[in-house]
Structures are given as C-alpha cells and as structure tokens.
Write a protein that binds this ligand. Structure first.
Ligand code: URA
Length: 240
C-alpha cells in the first residue's frame, strides 16, 4: 500500500488523471489541440463547410425552423409556450450556444432575454463591442424544461440534430459554448467546464470555446475573470 498519499488525495489524483487521459484522447481524436501547439498525426479530416451567401443561409435556417415548428419528438413539446429556435445573423462569425430556454425565453420565443440574457448582451455589446444582431444565439434545447430543470439525455438526443443543422448552415468561425450542458453536448465529454474552458476545442472543424454560463456568472462573481479571459481569446481568434 502506497503511504505517500492519503485516501482522499489518492482519489483526487485518480480523478485528475482520468481527466488528463480523457483530454488527451479528445485531442488525438478530435484535433482538439488548438491551444497547445501540438500537431497531432492521427487527426480526423476537417469538415469542409459549404460557403453560402447570406440569402441561402437565411433560407436554410428558415427551413430547419419550419421543420421543428410543431415538434413533438420529446415531452417538452407539450409544455412549451413557444419554441425558441435562435436569433441573429445567419452569417455570424460567432455563435453562442446556451442550455435551454427559461421562463422569459419561453414566453417571448427568443433566446437569452431574461437576466442571464442581459448579462450575455453586456458581454457581447460592452465587452466585445459587437451588436447583438450581428452574432447568432441559440440553445441546445429549443423548448423550456419545466421549472428550469436540467435537460434530460433523451431531450438532448432528440433536439441536437436541429442544432447541428443550424451550426452547419451558419458555419461560424467560432462557437462559444455557454455552460456545462452546451460544452458537454457539443464536445461529447463529461470533463468539468472548469477544466474545458480557457482553450479552444474543435466541433466539426469549427473552433469552440467553452466558458461559464451567464446564469452561473450572476451567482459567482469570481467567474467574471475567467469568462473575460475566454471572451478575449474569442475576440483575438475572430480578429475583432
Ligand atoms: N439560459 C439559457 O441557457 N438559454 C437561454 O436562452 C436563457 C437562459
């Protein structure tokens, strides 16, 4: 028995090691090596996105939105007031992906219009010096989970193909995944957001920055600094 570490220390190290191995596996399999400067040999080919003009992208998004107008693929179809598809510029360089609509979003049919939405708007407008209408904002789930509970795996599985189409059509330069659910769903990992943030990952050949969710930021002032660091990395990469 190794006496160097106590039982809790050993458990903590084992967990940490697991995340390191998972992270390395992600780097090898998904070309997730953008901020560590390593050229991985065994990388998947990047997806070539078809360049389209803004009219084509707008029409493409409209079509996907129409496809899901009366969606009943999961039980949230029964409880929603409005489906919240997404808003913004179909040609946006940056797409923000949140978790799911809350009460305000369900009421208005628009993403990020409540308190967390105001904070996201401040990040975009005051922090990035962009207009909200020039980025694109959407969620993993398009319908509100009752009582703002966490999305269920079946709901995510049913809704994700629509998000995938949205992202393929917009084909942005950068995706910003807001919070655990967005990051875990898009990156197919369960590594904590605290370990994922701060560097770019790859989603189908598109650079993806995970950061803390604005709702978390409202409750944790200490998350302000890391979020600002992540946002600055996005701005640098997008050449803003
Ligand atoms: N939180 C989200 O994740 N999305 C919204 O649209 C609003 C709050």
């Amino acid at each position: 028995m190794d006496e160097t570490f106590s039982e809790p220390e050993r458990n903590e190290l084992q967990t940490e090691l697991l995340y390191v191995v998972k992270g390395l596996k992600g780097q090898v399999l998904n070309r997730d090596s953008l901020s560590v400067g390593i050229e991985w040999k065994k990388a998947l080919p990047e997806v070539k996105h078809v360049k389209a003009d803004s009219k084509t992208k707008e029409e493409g998004l409209k079509k996907v939105c129409q496809e899901m107008t009366n969606c009943q693929l999961c039980p949230l179809g029964k409880t929603r007031k409005n489906l919240v598809f997404g808003v913004g510029n179909p040609e946006a360089k940056i797409v923000f992906v949140g978790e799911a609509p809350g009460a305000d979003e369900d009421e208005q049919g628009l993403p990020f219009v409540g308190r967390a939405g105001q904070l996201l708007t401040d990040i975009i407008v005051k922090g990035m010096k962009l207009e909200r209408k020039n980025v694109y904002i959407c969620n993993i789930l398009k319908c509100r989970p009752p009582g703002n509970r966490n999305p269920l795996p079946d709901e995510i599985n049913k809704c994700e193909p629509f998000l995938k189409k949205q992202l393929q059509i917009i084909s942005p330069k950068i995706i910003c995944a807001l919070g655990t659910f967005a990051a875990h769903t898009l990156l197919k990992t369960d590594i904590p957001i605290s370990a994922l943030r701060g560097r770019f990952h790859s989603y189908e050949g598109i650079k993806l920055m995970p950061t803390y969710h604005p709702a978390y930021l409202l409750r944790n002032q200490s998350a302000k600094k890391p979020v600002w660091e992540d946002v600055q990395m996005i701005m640098k990469e997008a050449k803003l």
